[in-house]
Design a protein around this ligand. Sequence first.
Ligand code: ZN
Length: 128
Amino acid sequence: MASQREKCDNPRCPVCYPNWKEEEEAARRKVEEDTFVTLMRGNQFAWALNIPTGSAREIQLTLANKCTVTGANAEILHFSQEPLANLADPGQRMAFVMRAAARFDELLHNPLQKYDVENSLYVLAHPR
Ligand SMILES: [Zn+2]
């Protein structure tokens, strides 16, 4: 009968913890994800409720057909007005991306706006 050997104090011991690298990597990623969630939620909450943090910004995507060097007059897709909306949530993030993709698809199928898209992408790709 194999007895359960006691593990040593070294958390990186390859004998006691053969998966220590993977586990450290997973823990590091978890911290990053938690930080991302906190930042995204804090920003959205402060922005939607007008809490004067000095740094909260609306989450939005600028559509390429109206991109300008300064960002002026750009057509923008808004994420959400809800204080509890969470861009760190994969479902909400994907819904936002899908809305942007649908809008982009619409522009590409518009007989006039598709040329705006083409021109804007050209300008973005060839900065002067
Ligand atoms: Zn050990």
